[in-house]
Design a protein around this ligand. Structure first.
Ligand SMILES: Cc1cc2nc3c(=O)[nH]c(=O)nc-3n(C[C@H](O)[C@H](O)[C@H](O)COP(=O)(O)O)c2cc1C
Length: 218
């Protein structure tokens, strides 16, 4: 797979099989992740690989709780759109798909074969995202589906850290987890708001002279 193939098709692939990921694949994913850039090349990151079924089951309970609460608060307008919107509206169709996929994860987290948790250092936390994105791109190249989620660190941070035996969040800041497994579905190009609609030329608000109506990789 060329790099553009991975860039265009790496999506939140939440539905996965229970088959374990071989250790040599896991090693390649982590080895790719730690090649990523970091502020001052500090490499202040830590990863924890979770495959333990009992711990995953405890985390699933927290994840389910977290998503149910988000659906009733932050995502309420999306949930209203799903319930009351025109079922033929592409926005409604997309929202339903994302919601169904997110619900699957909340009900099946314990079945996901491997979860990678990631930490950064206070004031340098953002350096974790290039590393996790590299890990996700490498996963795609290996035929492994991945999904980055932050939900467990919204309301349940301390409970999650306790389950993982992790230090206080003042020392290492828990940032995200990436679920990994062999996909049940197929990869497809991500549909997004086009580049020309979100890019300015020289001054804020000045449109660029070009347009990209269709994805430029196929
Ligand atoms: C910083 C960040 C946090 C995210 N948190 C969650 C999350 O908590 N739960 C989840 O299901 N997906 C999460 N996602 C995945 C997004 O929902 C997903 O990338 C987006 O809906 C686009 O979907 P697609 O990749 O399938 O096109 C997160 C993504 C990012 C970049």
């Amino acid at each position: 797979m060329d790099i553009y193939g991975a860039l265009y098709t790496t999506r939140a692939m939440r539905r996965v099989k229970t088959d374990p990921i071989p250790e040599d694949v896991v090693k390649r994913l982590l080895d790719a992740a730690i090649r990523a850039p970091s502020g001052g090349n500090q490499q202040k990151w830590r990863f924890l690989l979770l495959a333990d079924p009992a711990k995953k089951a405890r985390l699933q309970t927290l994840y389910r709780e977290g998503l149910t609460e988000l659906n009733a608060t932050q995502y309420k307008s999306v949930m209203d759109l799903i319930r009351n919107g025109d079922p033929h509206d592409p926005a409604v169709i997309q929202a339903k798909k994302t919601n169904a996929s997110a619900e699957w994860l909340a009900d099946n987290l314990a079945r996901v074969p491997l979860i990678v948790f990631a930490w950064g250092k206070p004031n340098g936390e953002s350096s974790i995202y290039p590393a996790l994105w590299s890990l996700q791109l490498a996963a795609t190249a290996e035929g492994v589906g991945s999904a980055l989620t932050t939900l467990l660190f919204k309301k349940h941070t301390q409970q999650v850290l306790d389950i993982l035996g992790a230090p206080e969040p003042t020392e290492w800041v828990p940032m995200a987890m990436v679920t990994l497994g062999y996909p049940t579905g197929r990869w497809a190009v991500a549909q997004r708001q086009p580049a020309h609609e979100v890019t300015f030329q020289d001054s804020w608000g000045v449109p660029v002279s070009w347009r990209v109506e269709e994805p430029l990789w196929q």
